[in-house]
Design a protein around this ligand. Structure first.
Ligand SMILES: Nc1ncnc2c1ncn2[C@@H]1O[C@H](COP(=O)(O)OP(=O)(O)OP(=O)(O)O)[C@@H](O)[C@H]1O
Ligand SMILES: [Mg+2]
Length: 361
């Protein structure tokens, strides 16, 4: 690959040098030859855009301009009548470099997305089979352990403690399996028109118990102008609980997690934001946190954000996140409210990519 790239770079440089030499070594009054050479500069520009994307296309246009401009100035006597043509040509080099480069970049992104979707779909299938097979024996283990525990009257006995441990671990595994199934199975939304603020209030009530046990307050900042929108109550609640849960888990006792709603009228979107002042995400992990099974927690499954992405995308919305100034994270779920976008059949979410300061999930 690297050898291929150097080989291609060599071809582009060779072409630019060759065409420039032809320009400089051809008598200036042979105008038609110079016009042909000038058009030939498009060849390295197009090749660079095609092989190296936007950056390559623009760099080649710049190199061509640098190689060609001195000739234009040196031969000012004979070429002055063509000043406008030369300027236009230089602008065209950049336009073509930009266009071909952008098309190439978009194509590469599309292929990468397709590859990711295919591998996530395959992963989803595998997970679904494993989780399904694990569910029945695990329910039996938890059920029998509970039955046995009820028959032991002495709470302090060794057997009772061990059984409680088994029950606790079986519950945890069952939750993990539910997460795995939620991630792997196709989402079928049951969307009804409703008040998003209402859902947020209810969700925060559910999350407030475990949060206050960890010494964390959840605060609401709701925009009462939100229009009613179409959404699946249970799914969206699941998504918000995951985001709030992450905020709480990342925060130190005594801090607060804020849940905010806002209407982005210009964009036809309502936005729910979850903000915390927790430990945040390391820069090198920023692009990976929505990848399934990526976790930095001892007890985490790493499916929380993957599920959030999937739910939000199924609503026709988007999940974005960024590090906050000073410390902490901001996660923003944007949902369409006008026409409430058609639900796309989502097999699995894509991993986060995006601009430096704000990423998509
Ligand atoms: N608000 C946050 N602050 C700091 N790190 C976060 C936050 N939200 C997510 N992360 C990071 O992203 C990782 C992935 O989050 P995700 O919710 O997908 O999985 P998890 O929380 O580790 O496990 P679970 O499946 O139980 O949710 C986390 O392990 C954590 O490192
Ligand atoms: Mg989580």
């Amino acid at each position: 690959m690297l050898r291929d790239d150097s080989y291609r770079r060599g071809i582009i440089v060779f072409l630019i040098v060759l065409i420039s030499l032809a320009h400089y070594r051809t008598r200036e009054d042979l105008l038609y030859l110079h016009v042909i050479y000038r058009e030939m500069y498009f060849l390295p520009v197009v090749l660079a855009g095609f092989w190296f994307g936007l950056r390559g296309g623009l760099l080649a246009s710049l190199a061509v301009t640098c190689a060609y401009l001195p000739f234009v100035f040196l031969s000012a006597d004979r070429f002055t009548g063509h000043e406008f043509g030369n300027l236009l040509e230089i602008m065209l080099y950049f336009a073509v470099g930009l266009l071909v480069g952008r098309m190439r970049d978009q194509e590469i992104r599309r292929q990468e997305q397709q590859r990711q979707m295919a591998s996530l779909a395959a992963m989803g299938k595998g997970i679904s089979c494993i989780a399904h097979d694990m569910k029945t024996p695990l329910t039996a283990i938890g059920g029998f352990a509970r039955q046995l525990r009820r028959r032991i009257p002495d709470d302090d006995s060794d057997a009772a403690k061990k059984l409680e441990l088994i029950i606790g671990q079986a519950d945890r595994l069952e939750l993990m399996i539910m997460d795995m199934l939620a991630f792997a199975r196709p989402l079928r939304l049951d969307r009804r028109r409703g008040d998003l603020n209402d859902l947020i209030r209810q969700t925060v009530e559910v999350a407030a118990g475990p949060a206050s046990a960890a010494g964390i307050r959840i605060e609401l900042e709701l925009d009462e102008r939100l229009p009613s929108i179409l959404f699946d109550r249970n799914r969206l609640q699941q998504a918000l609980l995951n985001l709030i849960g992450n905020g709480v888990e990342a925060s130190a006792a005594g801090s607060r997690v804020v849940v905010r709603s806002a209407l982005h009228a210009g964009e036809d979107r309502v936005v729910v934001e979850v903000l915390d002042r927790g430990r945040g995400v390391d820069e090198q992990e920023m692009d990976r946190i929505c990848t399934p099974f990526m976790t930095t927690k001892k007890d985490g499954t790493g499916l929380g954000l993957a599920i959030v992405s999937k739910i939000v995308q199924a609503h026709g919305g988007s999940l974005r996140y960024r590090r906050r100034e000073e410390r902490g994270m901001l996660f923003a779920v944007a949902l369409p409210w006008r026409g409430a976008g058609e639900a796309a059949p989502v097999a699995a979410p894509a991993a986060g990519t995006g601009p430096e300061e704000e990423r998509d999930g």
